[in-house]
Design a protein around this ligand. Sequence first.
Ligand SMILES: [Zn+2]
Length: 168
Amino acid sequence: MSNCDNVNKNLSIEEVYTCPVCYHGQISAITLMDAFSCNFCNHIFTVDLVKQSLKIADSSSPLSWRWNGKKWKANRTQVKWSWVIKLLAVGFVLLPTTLIGLSAYFFPPIPGTPLCWLPIFWTGLTFLSHLTIIVNIVIDYYQFPVKLYFKALGRNLWFWISPQNSSI
Ligand SMILES: [Zn+2]
């Protein structure tokens, strides 16, 4: 087994590669199968040597990557982040927040009333919820599997701190 020195080479079933899901473990071929598995996150990938691509096999997400000879590139439709999209994203976060913030500023609640904190809270909640939507779109675009990554990280952390492991 070679040790990740597969720079500028075609994708091969005999080589070891960095896992495109967790960027932590290494993927290598499963015996007698055209598939790779990761030694960190345990995900299984099907390999297409003709297309030089890898597809995750044990997830509902249709994630796939192409080997460019040096590293994995996520397969996705080519949509460029133009300045119009960036402007729309910023507007999507700031416009509703500004509107709610301004209404809270011009029509302030009577101090000391039970829900006088609500306008400020609502303004913050508007900002956070709209920001979350944009962040989710960006994560989706880059196909970075955040959930799978943290699941794998949690599983490995649990393995290291579990009492069965420490007593060995
Ligand atoms: Zn992995």
